[in-house]
Structures are given as structure tokens and as C-alpha cells.
Write a protein that binds this ligand. Structure first.
Ligand code: HEM
Ligand SMILES: Nc1nc2c(c(=O)[nH]1)N[C@H]1C(S)=C(S)[C@@H](COP(=O)(O)O)O[C@H]1N2
Ligand SMILES: [Mo]
Length: 578
């Protein structure tokens, strides 16, 4: 169903220039596909294709088997394995088998992880480059699945996004990050609750004993088990009551290191949290957090692959009996449950992407219902961290659809002498400000990090007039809850670009209407003559080429009613402190 723009007569004249939007992803209105390249890792100046990992891994595996088999011929190694058979002798036993709650949590975790990981990849495909430094200068990536940034034309972050197939990402296609994020964050919340319950339940009983090493013996035991597995002569399996050293270490790292790391590094990518974290946010920048987040993702991929393979080769019947039926016997009680689970996962896997494209507005609504309130809480942290001149990025990615109207060309040709910022709506004193008026007001400068939803960040020095100064002059009335920013430029799918902010956010010390970037007049590319800076939100909320600001009580009757252009057309949330 397509929504027409609603009655806009009560609003700023530009409200009529806003467009309605589809409730689903329509390919005819979507960013055309663009293929990336296979993932590459940079070592020094050379880019290595990760496809080489497949033959290299196969060779390494065969070499490991040969080496382990040769080692096991040596008396010293035989003595070592006899002394450290695998399960640390002092390891306490688990008496409670595999209780029902553990089995349910394990199944839920499989389901949640599938959505989280596929949506994560989709997010990554929107800026298919990873950096350790916060400035995202092309050439400084350590990982990418996109080619060099062209230097002969303007290359926006949107241009850079690549297509993922729908069976891999959720929901596939290109620049579907808005929808992928609802899946990622919505299912993260469920996964987190499941994880908290898991922590509580394993420590309330004896289940923790299987995965928490208690003696240093776990290390030689792990080396011994590794040699035994690699030699293809497997150690004795005591999984019903105790795990061997290698199992203990890998499960421990997955549950108590990788999971917390992915949570912390996920949260540290938030502009609100990062810009409120002072020194921590400066040292552990968004890009470092993003890269570390990806490393923890890679751990999960490796873990799932190895864990899945071991379940098959060390005894599918015993393993599925344990984890799917909770029994330790000679029956096949667990296997049908395991099979049903895999069938269910396959159906969910195939269903997720087509459903998301077809019912995009519903996915947005459910996502907002699940995590919108939590995101609202994040908006309250005080994002006031600033950096210094030496942190200013050598490269600042541009983004968005450029202004292309005769009106804008005329303003530009006149050096913006004829530009007027219209401020109205629910205010006591509507006003128009020329650029000279704005420059005559108190000026504020700030050096801050910009966080684009797509994943890149950049540091610049912004100069302009604080919104609180403008608000002191127009005096928003008590009913005014939101400020609508209308742009001089249309959005990528036609209709005027706009975005809606909470009035409380507009009163923040660091919210400014910038007319300078890095001590020079704001370039056209970055929003001349005026763009918003609001440091606890993602970049798309900072409207460039501002034409007018209108204070309103509600935004449901503007555009498609979602609180902004990308909210309407790309299913983003209107609260975006993460
Ligand atoms: C509560 C836990 C988590 C939080 C809060 C979180 C948060 C985030 C955030 C904020 C982003 C970047 C979104 C953007 O800037 O547009 C992201 C991306 C991503 N997430 Fe998570 N995430 C969590 C757990 C996980 C887990 C468990 C996995 C996989 C095992 C995962 C895999 C990814 C991947 C692959 C990306 C894209 C690339 C990257 O930045 O590494 N995330 N996540
Ligand atoms: N009018 C308008 N403003 C816009 C956009 C746009 O497409 N049109 N893109 C937004 C996005 S997604 C980002 S990340 C920032 C990018 O600002 P920059 O070009 O200065 O990096 O502008 C935001 N403001
Ligand atoms: Mo953005």
C-alpha cells in the first residue's frame, strides 16, 4: 500500500514538497544494484584476497593431521597425553545433565544468531570497509569488499554501498541498512535477555562447571585434546558430565569473552554513547569498536563452523540426544528434534528476506516497538565529547543527494546573499534570518565526530550559531515537541529531504546550525549555506542545505509520517542515538 502525502496546509509551505512513500521495498524506487568484490585484507600495501584462506586452510588442516599423527608416535607425546588425557582430572562433574531450560536456550540462541549475523553482514555491506582509525580515509582500511574509491568524481558513501544476495544478508539488496538494523537490534534484545537468563541459570545450578575452567590443567589438557582431534583419534567423550580442555576453553571464550565483547563494541558504535564517553570514546573510536565488533563476529562464524562439524563427527546421536532430548542413552530420542530444528531454521532463513522487503513498514514498526524506547533512553546521555585540531580527518566522506534546483543554483551564484532561513510553526515570534543575521549572532565552534548510519565516521571542526540562540529569538511555544528541518534539496527518491528532532535535543549546548567547516565557509558538498549538527544522533538526521525550520507538536501528518525522509523512504528510525 502506498501512502499519499497528507494534508499539509497547516504547515510550512515546504511541507507540500514532501512526498509519500511505499510501505514496501520497490525495486523501481530503490538504489540500483552494485556488486562489490570478494573480501580482501590489507597487509602493508598489498591487498590479499581472503579466498586464499580456503586452499590455505585446507593445506593447514592436512598438515596438522600429518603432524599430529607423527607426534603421537613419539614416546614423549604419548606420555604427555597419558598424563593429560583431555578432561582435567580435577574438573568437577555436572550432575544435572542437559536440563530443559538449557536445551530451549540453546535452540533460541541458534535462531537468534542466524538473524543477528545475517543482518550484521547487511549493515557491513552499506560501508564495506573496516578501519582502526576513526577518520575512514580511503586507503587506510584493513578489510574491504569494495574496490578503490574513484578519485575523478564525487563518490558518496551511498555510492559505495554494495549488494548482498537475499539468502545471505537480511533483507539482501543494496542500502537496506534501515531494515537490517531493526532485525539486528530487535533480535539482539531477545538474544541479550536469553543470555542473561542463561548466565543466571548456569550459576544457580551446576551447569557452569562444564564451561568454566577451574584449574591451570585446562591448558595442557587443551593442547593434548587438540593433538588427539588432529590425529583423527579422538579423546574419550565425557560431554554428559564434563568437557575436555579444548571444549572448556572455546565455550568459555564464546560465552564470557566474545559475547560481552560484541555487546560492548556494538554499543560503542553509538554516537550518543561514544560522544559521551570522553577519553574512552576518543581512544576506542567508533571505527576501532566497529572493527573489534567484526572480529568478534568472525569468532562466532569460526565457532559455529567448528562446533557444527564436531557435533557431526564426534557422534551425532549422542550429541543430539544430549542437547535436544536431554538423555544419555542408546536411543535416537534427540535426532528428530534436531532435524525439526534444522528444518525450521531453514524455513526461517528462506522467509526472512522476502518477508522484510514485502512488509518493510511492518518490520520498521515492530522494530520501533521493540527497541525504540531503549533508543529514546540513549538520547538522554550527554554527548558532549570534543576532539582537538589534530584529530580533524584528512578525508570526510560526503553523503546524500545533492541539491539540483534552479532555486539553489541562483542562491549559490549570489553567494547566498539572498538566502533566508525561515523559522516558524509553534513559536511566538516567527522570523526569517539572512546569513548575515545568523553570523551576527553568537558563534560557536566545536570539533566533533560525525557518525553516519552506514558505518563511516569523520572528525571536523564546525562553526555556526547555536540552536538555543535561534530558539531564544523565535520562542517555541509549550506545545512544540519537535523541530522539522526542511532542506533545499530533494532526497534520492524524489520529494523534499527533511528530518524531525526533539526540541529537547535542539536545546543541547552542542546543537548548532553550522555555516563553517574546518575554519572555511561550509562547502556545497557538506551543506552550504547551513547544515545542522546534533552530536547524539546519526548523520542522516543532520539536514544539509537547510531551507526552513518548523516547530510542531506531532509529525504524523508530514511526508509519510515517520519523522524524516529516510524514515519514510528507507525505513530508518527517527530516534537514532545508535
Ligand atoms: C547486544 C549486542 C549487540 C549490539 C548492541 C550490536 C550493535 C551493532 C551496531 C550498533 C552495529 C553498527 C550499526 C551501524 O553503525 O549501522 C552493528 C553491526 C554489526 N554487528 Fe552487531 N551488535 C550486537 C551483537 C552482535 C553479534 C552477536 C553479532 C554476530 C555474532 C554481530 C554482528 C555484527 C556485524 C557483522 C555488524 C556489521 C559490521 C561491523 O560493524 O562489525 N553483532 N552491531
Ligand atoms: N538535505 C540532505 N541532508 C542530508 C543528507 C541528504 O541526503 N540530504 N544526507 C545525510 C546523511 S546520510 C549524512 S551521513 C550527512 C552527511 O554529511 P556530509 O556530506 O557532510 O558528510 O548528511 C545528512 N544530511
Ligand atoms: Mo549517513
Amino acid at each position: 500500500m502506498s501512502q499519499a502525502p497528507r494534508d499539509a496546509t497547516q504547515h510550512d509551505p515546504l511541507a507540500k514538497a514532501l512526498s509519500g512513500a511505499d510501505d514496501r521495498v520497490r525495486l523501481s524506487h530503490w538504489l540500483p544494484p552494485r556488486q562489490g568484490i570478494l573480501p580482501h585484507i590489507r597487509i602493508g600495501k598489498r591487498w590479499i584476497n581472503t579466498l586464499w584462506l580456503l586452499p590455505a586452510g585446507a593445506v593447514a588442516l592436512m598438515a596438522a593431521v600429518a603432524a599430529a599423527q607423527a607426534l603421537r608416535e613419539l614416546p614423549a607425546i604419548q606420555a604427555f597425553i597419558a598424563a593429560h588425557p583431555g578432561v582435567p582430572a580435577a574438573a568437577p562433574r555436572v550432575e544435572s545433565g542437559f536440563p530443559w531450560w538449557l536445551r530451549i536456550q540453546h535452540a533460541l540462541n541458534m535462531l537468534f544468531m542466524m538473524f543477528i549475523m545475517r543482518a550484521g553482514l547487511q549493515i557491513l555491506a552499506d560501508h564495506p570497509r573496516l578501519y582502526w582509525r576513526r577518520d575512514c580515509t580511503p586507503g587506510t582500511e584493513w578489510f574491504r569488499f569494495q574496490s578503490d574509491v574513484p578519485e575523478d568524481r564525487i563518490w558518496t558513501a551511498k555510492d559505495d554501498a554494495v549488494t548482498l544476495p537475499g539468502w545471505l544478508g537480511i533483507p539482501g539488496l543494496r542500502h537496506t541498512i534501515g531494515l537490517a538494523r531493526w532485525w539486528h537490534f530487535g533480535v539482539n534484545l531477545l538474544w541479550l535477555l536469553n543470555g542473561i537468563a542463561f548466565y543466571v541459570l548456569i550459576f544457580a545450578g551446576d551447569q557452569w562447571r562444564r564451561i568454566v575452567p577451574l584449574t591451570w590443567e585446562v591448558f595442557p589438557a587443551a593442547v593434548s585434546t587438540a593433538i588427539q582431534y588432529a590425529s583423527l583419534n579422538f579423546p574419550v567423550d565425557e560431554g554428559w558430565t564434563r568437557y575436555n580442555g579444548l571444549q572448556q576453553l572455546t565455550y568459555f571464550v564464546t560465552v564470557f569473552v566474545a559475547a560481552p565483547v560484541s555487546i560492548v563494541t556494538g554499543l560503542m558504535q553509538s554516537p550518543a554513547i561514544s560522544n559521551a564517553s570522553g577519553r574512552l570514546g576518543r581512544v576506542f573510536s567508533r571505527q576501532a569498536a566497529r572493527s573489534a565488533h567484526f572480529v568478534s563476529f568472525c569468532w562466532f562464524v569460526l565457532f559455529i563452523a567448528a562446533h557444527g562439524a564436531m557435533v557431526l563427527v564426534t557422534g551425532l546421536r549422542d550429541n543430539t540426544n544430549h542437547m535436544f532430548a536431554g538423555v544419555h542413552d542408546e536411543t535416537w530420542a534427540g535426532f528428530p528434534w534436531f532435524f525439526a530444528m534444522m528444518a525450521g531454521l531453514t524455513i526461517a532463513w528462506l522467509w526472512a528476506s522476502p518477508f522484510t522487503l514485502r512488509r518493510a513498514r511492518l518490520v520498521q514498526r515492530v522494530g520501533r516497538f521493540m527497541v525504540g524506547g531503549l533508543k529514546g533512553l540513549l538520547e538522554r546521555v550527554d554527548a558532549r565529547s570534543q576532539l582537538t585540531e589534530k584529530d580533524i580527518s584528512p578525508h570526510f566522506w560526503p553523503n546524500g543527494a545533492m541539491p539540483a534546483s534552479p532555486e539553489y543554483e541562483a542562491l549559490l551564484a549570489g553567494g547566498f546573499a539572498d538566502y533566508h532561513l525561515r523559522v516558524g510553526g509553534l513559536v511566538e515570534a516567527p522570523a526569517e534570518f539572512s546569513l548575515a543575521d545568523l553570523k551576527a549572532m553568537p558563534k560557536q565552534e566545536q570539533i566533533t565526530t560525525h557518525f553516519c548510519i552506514q558505518g563511516w565516521s569523520g572528525v571536523a571542526k564546525w562553526g555556526g550559531v547555536p540552536m538555543r540562540e535561534v530558539m531564544a529569538r523565535v520562542r517555541p511555544s509549550p506545545q512544540a515537541r519537535y523541530a522539522v528541518f526542511y532542506s533545499l534539496a530533494d532526497g534520492g527518491d524524489g520529494g523534499r529531504y527533511y528530518d524531525v528532532h526533539k526540541v529537547a535535543n535542539m536545546a543541547h549546548d552542542l546543537t548548532i546550525l553550522a555555516y563553517e567547516m574546518n575554519d572555511a565557509p561550509l562547502p556545497v558538498l557538506h551543506g552550504a549555506p547551513l547544515r545542522l549538527r546534533c552530536e547524539n544522533e546519526l548523520g542522516f538526521k543532520m539536514v544539509k542545505w537547510i531551507a526552513a525550520i518548523e516547530f510542531v507538536e506531532d509529525f504524523a501528518d508530514l511526508g509519510a509520517g515517520q519523522g524524516g525522509y529516510n524514515e519514510d523512504h528507507e525505513f530508518f528510525g527517527y530516534r537514532m542515538p545508535i
